[in-house]
Every structure is written in C-alpha cells, then in structure tokens.
Design a protein around this ligand. Structure first.
Ligand code: PEP
Ligand code: MG
Length: 580
C-alpha cells in the first residue's frame, strides 16, 4: 500500500482501478495472463523490443547522415537502455514469474526506471526521464498496436491518473466513466483544478510523481476530503474506505434537502449565494443547486475550442444562453481573463518569463482592443435578455478601469448607431485581485457599481506565490492573517461607500471560511455550484452575531496555523458529523 499527499479539488471518496494516461493517451491495462499464454506474451515483448531497436537504429542512422553525430547521440542512449540486460531480465521476469501481460510488465518496469532518474540530483540526468518515457511509449506502441483505447470508450468506472490534464481533456471528463482523478501537477486554483471542481467528482492534484508509481489496473482510493491518494490498499483499508464512500454519498444526498431552503442565518439575515460558471449551460445547473444567479462567468473558457478565438456571434449566443438559464436573475459576465495559465502562452511566439506577472487579464484585453471590443459588443447584445452585469478582472489602477469602461461605452455607441438594442444602465464592476486595488478601494468605490473579491489571485499577489505552481503550493495560504485583513478592509470600505461587495474566489465555497466571511460583513458569496448546498447548511446554523465574534477572534491571530485551527474547531462545533 502506498499513500500520496496532494491538494484536494473537490471533496469525496472514489475507489476504482487506475487508468494511467500518458502524454500520448496510452491506456495500460492491468492484465495477468493464464500460464499457457506466458510464452506468447514473452514473444510479444521480445518482438516489440527487437522492432523498437531496429526503428531507433534507422532513425539514428538517418540523423547521423543528415545532422551529424551529436544529433544521433540521444538515440544511441535509447538503444543502450533497451539493450540493458537488467532491464530486459526485469521485464521478462514479470511476465514469466508473475504472468503479467507484456504491456503491463513494460509499463511497470519503465516507471521504476523513471523514478530512479527523478531522484537524481544531476539536472542532466533528470532530463533523461523524458527519454525513458519515450522508450516506454515506443515499446507500448509495438505491443499494443491498434488496440489503443481512449477515455471515451472505457468499459467500466475508473480512476484517471496522469501527469497533468489540459483544460480540454478536463472539460471532456463528464462524458467518460472516470470517477476520480489523481494528477502529478496542478495547484488548488489552477484552471484545470477549477474545471475539475465543476466536474464535481473527487480529485487530488499536485501529487508530484504519482503517475510514475502507478500502473493501469492498480486499485486506487481517492480520498480528496483528506487530500490523499492510496494505491493498492490493504483489505482493511479498502473496507474502511468503502464505508466512507457510502457515508459521503449519504451526506451529499442529504445536502440536496437544502437546495430549496432559503440561505438565511439563524437570526434571519439573508445571504445571497451565486454560482461561478465556466460554460453557459452551468447557469441553469447553478439555479438547480439553489443559486440566486451567476456571480462569476469565466468567459475565457470560450477559448477552449480548438479553432481559437470565438466570434462575436458565438460569444453573444453563449452570454445570452447563460442569461436565459437563470430566468431573470443576475448574471455577472467577467471579461476575458486570458494570459498566465489561460490559453495565450501556448499560442505566443515567445513565452513570457513570469506569466503570472505578465500580459494577462485586463492588461491583455486592453492591449488587444479589437478582441476586447468584440467581447463587449457580445455582452451588450446579451444584456437585453436579462439582468446582465459586466466585471473587469485584475484591475490594478483607476486608469485601467477608466480605459475599460470607455471601451465599453464605445461599443455601446457603435451598437446603438447600428440600431442594436443594449441595456444602457448595465452595472459595471471590478474584481479586487491585487493588493494595489485593495489599498485604493476607496477611490475605486467612487467609480464602480460593484466589487468582487477574487481571492484566488489576491492570495497569489499578496503572498507572492504562483497559484499554479505545485512546488510552492504550501506557501499559498488562504488563512494568512495578511489576506484576512485585506478582505476585512475591502469589505469595510465598500460598506462605508455603500458599494455592493461580494466574494467569488474559492474561499467563498470553503466551509472553513464561511463564518469569517459573514463576520466581516459579506452577504454575497459566489462559488462552484457543487459547494452551494453545504455552505447554505452552514449559514442556516450560524447567527451573524456569532460570526462577528468568530471574525474578530480570527483577526487577532498572528499566524495562519492559529487561524485555521480555530476556524476548524468552530466549524466542527456546527457540523460535528459531516465528512467534509
Ligand atoms: C479569483 O482570482 O479569485 C477568481 C475568482 O478568478 P480566477 O480564479 O478565474 O482567476
Ligand atoms: Mg482571478
């Protein structure tokens, strides 16, 4: 049994067989064969081995002839690995002694090779991991040939294990039989994590090198509530987790009872819960979970399409559909938050050195005014279908806000000249995602209609921690006293200026922070739809006066540890039995 620790993306327990997804999307099925088939499996391996060496030697000769000796060196190294007797003995041994299928034996042994290189301190040797992966894929291609399967054709529920998933792969998970995900890469607020959260099944990411430890067919438990992945558990552990899986499913079903109840505190203060969405169809799903509208529509997900930038009409249809889905309730459309980890890097000629501090978000839109105007036209066209508000991300200065607002007004005038109806009094707001915006909140309040705290980025920029980098994820701390004080100050300034203030970062959907957020005065929280029932349950158990006391005490602590221990204790007092 092996235990891996990572970062949870959505709570729950899933138990199943692993499918390890390679960069080339190989599935390596776990299979042992009957004793009589062992010679045949051995032959499959030996044939693949021979074919791989021949193929590499041909490639190497070609390279040597055209590009010289150095270019061919790496392939000579591949041949060297394949001819390594201990490697061959190991693979053949697994087939002969354990009756492993050839593909499974290759995958298991090559993964242990990769691990060995991973542990080396010499960076040149670490680079060799990719070469080992290359060799593995080549052998598997010869063994599996045309029998490759993709995730769309799984015959039973599985746990997906991979180094990383692209947003496109993640967005497709709901059409598969994947019931849980474990990834080497990723951090809590990365885009893949956000998509996994809206997918709603258990997932743990930022696990380091789990994909090299597991092979297809291994039994895997995803315990995302405790941020754990357990591989090949003992019978006792498996039993225990089967019970937890059941308890969690009972708990989730019980939460459905809350979806039609109002979100009011025990002392009758109403709290507005909104949903964060990435796709238009989710606006309706949010309402079904009890949301009173969409608090954040992340429109940059329209770029997931392989064809690239969406046209004005395509955008209009998406914004209109999201608006119609909430039947007259408010929809806050955030303009493109492109850049950093979201789409533009892969497409740019030269990648930025510090993309999180680079040409991203509103900066990117203001630098690409034509694209920005197309989006604003589409938002304005959709504004007549309901209560649409527009929100600019990563606003860092008043000048940026004014320029964005001016562009919106330009688009409005153009549309009116063309005789197209728009809502002239559309509300315009900003996300507070940087310390600069938080510090100047009073000045912003004179010019904006509303403010939304984007704590995912606010934490990143306050603590100087890249939110997408798993190597520094332990420094990305929502309970840092500096973060909490900034939230308190922004909410307070907005109250004094009588400007609507909400929160749409992940903290809004984390029960740990609910009392604190209510206690500092927030009355509007926007979160992944899946989190709404649980947060509502908590709200209905608390009084505002108690939440205020909790917030005051929280703000008195010097360290994040004290904060999270205290908040956890307070939460447990209200929800002693919930498996969250
Ligand atoms: C945030 O930064 O808190 C936020 C909600 O926006 P995103 O996660 O899309 O950057
Ligand atoms: Mg953000």
């Amino acid at each position: 049994m092996e235990i891996f620790r990572g970062i949870s993306v959505s709570p729950g327990v899933a138990i199943g067989e692993a499918v390890v997804l390679e960069a080339e999307e190989y599935r390596i099925p776990y299979r042992v064969v009957p004793a009589c088939d062992v010679p045949q499996e051995l032959e499959r391996y030996l044939d693949a081995h021979k074919a791989s060496i021949l193929e590499i030697e041909e490639q190497s000769a070609h390279l040597r002839a055209h590009l010289g000796r150095d270019a061919a060196n790496v392939f000579d190294w591949h041949v060297g690995v394949l001819k390594d007797e201990s490697l061959n003995d190991h693979i053949a041994g697994l087939i002969k002694e354990k009756h492993a299928a050839a593909a499974y034996a290759v995958s298991t042994v090559m993964r242990s090779y990769q691990r060995r290189f991973m542990q080396m301190s010499d960076p040149l040797l670490v680079e060799r991991i990719r070469d080992v992966q290359d060799i593995e894929r080549r052998l598997l291609r010869h063994i599996l040939g045309e029998s490759r399967e993709d995730l769309a054709h799984l015959s039973k529920p599985v746990i997906l294990v991979a180094h990383d998933l692209t947003p496109t792969q993640t967005a497709q998970l709901s059409d598969t039989r994947v019931i849980g995900v474990a990834l080497d890469a990723g951090a809590a607020t990365s885009h893949t994590a956000i998509l996994l959260q809206s997918w709603g099944r258990p997932g743990v990411i930022g696990l380091g090198d789990i994909s090299t430890h597991l092979s297809g067919g291994d039994t895997v438990i995803i315990d995302s509530t405790n941020q754990l992945v357990i591989a090949n558990p003992t019978e006792a552990t498996l039993d225990e987790y089967r019970q937890r899986e059941e308890a969690y499913s009972r708990f989730s079903h019980a939460l459905d009872d809350f979806k039609d109840l109002p979100a009011v505190t025990r002392d009758d203060v109403p709290i507005a819960l909104y949903s964060n969405i990435e796709f238009p169809y989710e606006s309706r799903a949010g309402i079904a979970k009890g949301a009173c509208g969409v608090g954040l529509y992340r429109t940059e997900f329209l770029f997931l399409r392989p064809e690239g930038a969406p046209s004005e009409d395509q955008q209009y249809v998406a914004y209109r559909d999201a608006t119609l889905g909430v039947e007259g309730k408010p929809v806050t459309i955030r303009t493109f938050d492109l850049g950093a980890d979201k789409y533009t890097q892969q497409r740019s000629y030269e990648q930025e050195r510090n993309p999180m501090l680079g040409l991203r978000s509103i900066r990117y839109s203001l630098r690409n005014l034509d694209m920005f105007k197309v989006q604003l036209r589409a938002v304005l066209r959709a504004s007549v279908h309901g209560d649409v508000q527009v929100m600019f991300p990563l606003i860092n200065s008043l000048m940026e806000f004014r320029q964005a607002k001016m562009t919106l007004h330009d688009a409005m005038e153009d549309l009116e000249e063309e005789g197209i109806a728009v809502n002239r009094s559309i509300k315009i707001g900003i996300m507070v995602e940087t310390p600069a915006a938080a510090i100047q909140i009073k000045e912003f309040c004179r010019e904006v209609d509303f403010v939304s705290l984007g704590t995912n980025d606010l934490i990143q920029y306050t603590l100087a921690v890249d939110r997408g980098n798993e190597r520094v994820s332990q420094y990305y701390i929502s309970s840092h006293p500096a973060v909490l004080r900034i939230i308190r100050d922004v909410v307070r300034a907005c109250q004094q200026a009588e400007v609507e203030c909400s929160i749409c970062g992940e903290m809004a959907g984390q029960p740990l922070y609910t009392m604190f957020l209510l206690g500092v005065g927030l009355r509007t929280l926007s979160m992944a739809p899946a989190n709404i029932p649980e947060i509502k349950k908590l709200i209905r158990l608390v009084t505002v006066s108690h939440a205020r006391r909790v917030a005051r005490r929280t703000l008195g602590f010097d360290t994040d540890r004290q904060v999270s221990n205290y908040l956890r204790d307070e939460m447990r007092k209200l929800l002693p039995d919930d498996p969250i």
